[in-house]
Design a protein around this ligand. Structure first.
Ligand code: SAM
Ligand code: SF4
Length: 341
């Protein structure tokens, strides 16, 4: 196995013009997925030709450059990362940065459908926490939302993660028609298993062949409904992410809210995202980007890659501007599966 060398640690950390230190990078390793969640993809989604994707060696090289620039947390996502060919090889390569102490956390976001096969190997490579997306515990609703997924595979994945000692956070997209009524039970279930759960508002990313207005459910509304039945105590705890947390008195568990639509969390945003084609976006909701694939493929020298990264971090927008409503198209055309959630 050949691994990319580390760039010079002399590089200063990435700080944008608003003083936000960028030390968290999300990398989409594929736009492909074994599911077709209704809010994420069209039923007949067209995927990119494989040669447009960064190779595993390029992903390793790029992630290593970011780590040399002060990235402390790396999240691999997609599409579905666990179906990317060579994905476990990538995790194995990147785990050297955990071993050296240059990286605090290597993690992934997954739909969980292939987690049972990989949980132990991920744990052995130093993955301590993962996010698993799950919007319902009803097998029929799960099949409908994901257009064909099997709930029992995700549940088996969660069991395997627990057995391997990996902490799981459940990500649940709040959907007016599909899971609004079930959310309290889903929260109780997660907390009963000792899992954190975070609710997410749907964002207008990518053409999905449907109107999002019907499915959008404001978390302000969800929170009000929950507060009528549960004791929610806001926690001072802030992770580097956009979630705001409460403790649920009745379960003792932690519940997060990610509200890109009803509250803007951009002032503390410390993250940048790389698409599976190597485009670096300093903001999920804006078009500003750099084509790092072209720079990576222009030669083995990392200096131009560093230069391109710094130039785009210097242009990190102050905030996104998402709106969902009748007649409004997606805020940006690229789907979440390409940029990575
Ligand atoms: N396939 C993996 C999964 O589902 O966890 C990783 C990629 S997926 C794009 C990452 C997260 O984005 C998931 O939690 C998913 O629910 C969320 N997501 C996808 N499309 C979204 C949208 N339009 N608005 C809000 N969240 C979305
Ligand atoms: Fe696939 Fe994740 Fe998108 Fe669902 S949300 S279609 S699992 S990439």
């Amino acid at each position: 196995m050949t691994v990319a060398p580390m760039p010079s640690p002399a590089a200063a950390p990435m700080v944008d013009p608003l003083g936000r230190t960028v030390d968290y990078v999300r990398v989409s390793v594929t736009d492909r997925c074994d599911l077709r969640c209704t809010y994420c993809m069209a039923e007949r989604q067209t995927f990119l030709p494989r040669d447009e994707l960064l190779t595993i060696a390029e992903l390793d090289r790029l992630c290593s450059v970011f780590i040399g620039l002060g990235t402390r947390r790396l999240r691999l996502t997609g599409g579905e990362p666990l179906i990317r060919k060579g994905f476990m090889d990538l995790v194995a390569r990147l785990s050297r940065h955990l071993a050296s102490g240059d990286l605090d956390e290597l993690t992934l976001t997954t739909n969980g459908s292939h987690l049972a096969d990989h949980a132990q190997a991920l744990a052995d490579l130093g993955v301590r926490r993962i996010n698993v997306s799950l919007d319902t515990l009803d097998p029929d609703a799960y099949r409908r939302i994901t257009r064909g997924g099997a709930l029992e595979r995700v549940l088996a994945g969660l069991d395997a993660a627990a057995a391997a000692g990996i902490a799981v956070k459940i990500n649940t997209v709040a959907l007016r028609q599909d899971n609004a009524a079930e959310l309290p039970a889903l929260i109780d279930w997660a907390h009963g298993r000792g899992l954190e759960i975070t609710l997410i508002e749907t964002m207008p990313l990518g053409e999905i062949g449907a109107d999002r207005t019907d499915q959008f459910l404001s978390l302000t509304e969800v929170r009000q409904t929950l507060e009528a039945r549960r004791t929610l105590t806001p926690l001072a705890r802030r992770t580097s992410g956009p979630a705001r947390y409460v403790r649920v008195g009745e379960t003792g568990g932690i519940l997060g809210f990610i509200t890109p639509m009803t509250h803007n969390f951009c002032d503390t945003c410390n993250r940048i995202r790389v698409t599976c084609t190597g485009r670096l976006y300093p903001c999920l909701g804006q078009e500003t980007h750099a084509d790092l694939r072209q720079v990576l493929r222009s030669g083995p020298d990392d200096a131009p890659v560093v230069e391109a990264i710094r130039a785009i971090v210097a242009r990190k927008p102050g905030r996104h501007d998402f709106r969902i409503g009748a007649g409004l198209g997606p805020a940006v055309a690229r789907p979440m599966s390409m940029t990575g959630g």
